[in-house]
Design a protein around this ligand. Sequence first.
Ligand SMILES: C[S@@+](CC[C@H](N)C(=O)[O-])C[C@H]1O[C@@H](n2cnc3c(N)ncnc32)[C@H](O)[C@@H]1O
Length: 325
Amino acid sequence: MPLPPQLQRAIEQETGRHPSKALSQAAAELSEAYRTGHLGSGAFLTTELHRLAYAAVRLPATFAAVRAVLAAVRRLLPERPLTSLLDLGAGPGTVGWAATEIFAGLEAATLIEADTGLIALGKALAQTGEHALLEQARWVQGDLRGLTAFTPCDLVVSSYALGELGEEAASAVLRAAWAATSQVLLVVEPGTVRGFALIRRLRDELIAVGAHLIAPCPHHEDCPLPAGDWCHFSQRLERSRLHQRLKEVALGYEDEKFSYVAVARHPLQPAPARILRHPLRHAGHTELQLCTPTGLQTVTVTRSNKAGWKEARKAEWGDEWRGGG
Ligand SMILES: C[S@@+](CC[C@H](N)C(=O)[O-])C[C@H]1O[C@@H](n2cnc3c(N)ncnc32)[C@H](O)[C@@H]1O
């Protein structure tokens, strides 16, 4: 998945004002911070170079993850338009860009972010003349940990941000986010053991306050994954030339792993099952690892299951599964 071309051009314009070598160095420092988990409260994005490096090498990945999740959510929503967006820990506005691609009816966006430099970058990136939603977005500078209420919105999203807050603060922000959710609340985190542990805990907290799960779980029961396993998905994204240059890599793509939970204010029909691993395709059958309302299941789909066979041939890790056993 490539970035929207206007966003890619805007990132190139902003990064183009700085020497490539300094940006590469900042990108390497970001990668190191992610690798070692030393991220604490966004403190790793403190210089202009680090913010620009984030836009060039991390935003494409978080964009790809959020876009994939929003698309999965839209497939399960009735044809009711979502008109307002609230983004918590917005960074340079990644979620707004993904949301405009999936929910064309969005008319207003409120983006909350602690870092004034990222807000300035997000505003600059949005000035492409393409999306009124992004150009006219309301940016609010503030620390999520000090905010107890948010403007109610149809779609509330926090992407790769709650994990930077600490456990108690993340739960408090989640409660306020849910209170502000008119229709859908979505939390996305890195697809790591740690990222999933947070998602699993937030999922339980959301169920406890009466939220209706949309995805990825096809049920409201306890998560059936055993200790040591983690529910995560993967999205392939194209690396732009700029991305490749700053990361000093030749490969033209990378796979972003993410975990998420999406809930709705009103009850919805969840998918009957979700595919938890890459399907294993063989000549006469496909094997699927599924999460279902009765727990984890491995199903083998053969040609005799006509509808299921067709679906299984194109099924991907992370998709809903409707083809039966
Ligand atoms: C990894 S970035 C994710 C940015 C964006 N949501 C994305 O998906 O690309 C995390 C963001 O959360 C913001 N953040 C972290 N702690 C925060 C807090 N306490 N209040 C507001 N924003 C915060 C950081 O400044 C940073 O912009």
